[in-house]
Ligand binder design. Structure first.
Ligand SMILES: NC(=O)c1ccc[n+]([C@@H]2O[C@H](COP(=O)([O-])OP(=O)(O)OC[C@H]3O[C@@H](n4cnc5c(N)ncnc54)[C@H](O)[C@@H]3O)[C@@H](O)[C@H]2O)c1
Length: 347
């Protein structure tokens, strides 16, 4: 088997590129919170360049991460740009398309979510990549997480039976973190048939992406079942999580994936002949989210070598973008919006 290392550049060296690595709280739980941490360790990638117009980011790349080729733009990289096979696009979503032009021998990109500020922008980017034969992996990282993959592959129904209902929670913006939760719902429960706003909850604006807002909504899945999505104010506390009620118990994935708890079905304490879910008898299960970004890279290297499919392809991320757009444009009056038929099949 080939062990060739793919020559890689990080384009956009901000918080997700490297900055979060300096957060001591994050370091305790996420050994791989940033692209820099993965690239410093991963045996299938050779980190050869960083591009960022910010002089502080350039300085960090040279001094803290010992990257040799550091420039303000891809053009400023000179000849080295031709060697780059993999680009990590960790810029804001609106400044990615132009970067492709400066990297003529790209074979793959790992793109930060969201894929674009809207579906048209996401589609345009994917089309460009398709025409150039570039693989697109999108860092919607739950898709690469070992435990979440096991849950989606059957562990969830093994533990709690058929899902009755699920409640997702998110904050800091529908486009920003709603993307993660809607994509996670697709990963766990399959494609979405319809969406509708839950207008008794007031929308509010909070989060890093201009024009983004936080809305309550519900989705109905093609395979049956439904889920609600309720926004929380991150100014109070953060959460991107889900509580899932099954026929034989409950499964919580909370604290942004760090706490996985399974609650069993038992005899009801207060009524003979009835049952309950024992909320005080959680079995905590191991979380693997701290390594999910590393696994995203491993999967990308396997896809580049032709031994695996991408776990979070551009096409899959586009379906999530389309859903987010459906939710944003769903009538505030709460009527159901049927998701266009082409969303139904791709996983
Ligand atoms: N997957 C996740 O869980 C996750 C988490 C955080 C952020 N993100 C995403 O990562 C992206 C970046 O977010 P961030 O928080 O790191 O932002 P940031 O502002 O900290 O970093 C962005 C960096 O990109 C640089 N940049 C801007 N335009 C550029 C260009 N044309 N070429 C090169 N560099 C350029 C900026 O100077 C900055 O240093 C966003 O799309 C965000 O949604 C994803």
């Amino acid at each position: 088997m080939t062990t060739r290392r793919f020559k890689t550049a990080v384009i956009g060296f901000g918080k997700m590129g490297a900055g979060y690595a300096a957060d001591p709280a994050m370091a305790r739980y996420y050994p791989y919170a940033t692209h820099a941490q993965v690239l410093a360790d991963h045996e299938r990638f050779e980190w050869i360049a960083v591009v960022d117009p910010n002089p502080d980011a350039q300085d960090a790349a040279r001094r803290q991460w010992s990257v040799e080729n550091v420039a303000a733009t891809v053009t400023d990289l000179g000849d080295i740009a031709e060697e780059i096979e993999v680009a990590i696009l960790a810029t804001p979503p609106d400044s990615r398309l132009a970067i492709l032009d400066g990297l003529p021998n790209l074979r793959a990109v790992l793109v930060e979510k969201p894929l674009g500020l809207d579906v048209d922008q996401a589609n345009l980017f994917l089309d460009e990549c398709r025409q150039r034969g570039i693989l697109v992996q999108v860092n919607i990282w739950r898709r690469a997480d070992e435990m979440f993959r096991r849950l989606a592959a059957g562990l969830l129904s093994d533990r709690i039976g058929r899902v009755q209902v699920a409640s997702f929670f998110y904050g800091n913006g529908l486009l920003n973190n709603g993307t993660h939760m809607v994509d996670f719902a697709r990963m766990l429960f399959g494609e979405v048939k319809s969406v509708q706003r839950i207008n008794v909850f007031q929308s509010f604006v909070e989060g890093p992406i201009a024009g983004d807002s936080n809305q309550a909504f519900a989705v109905e899945f093609v395979d049956g079942g439904s889920a609600s999505f309720l926004p929380l104010r991150f100014s109070a506390y953060r959460e991107n999580g889900v509580i899932i009620w099954g026929a034989r118990g409950r499964f919580d994935i909370l604290n942004e994936g760090l706490v996985l708890a399974c609650y069993p079905q038992r005899s009801n304490r207060a009524m003979t002949g009835e049952r309950e879910v024992a909320a005080d008898a959680a079995e905590l299960m191991p979380s693997t989210v701290g390594k999910a970004l590393y696994e995203m890279y491993t999967n990308l290297s396997q896809a580049l070598s032709g031994t695996a499919d991408l776990v979070s392809s551009g096409v899959s991320a586009l379906l999530t973008s389309q859903l987010i757009e459906c939710i944003r444009s769903a009538p505030a009056s709460g009527e159901q919006t049927i998701v266009p038929i082409h969303n139904y099949n791709a996983r």
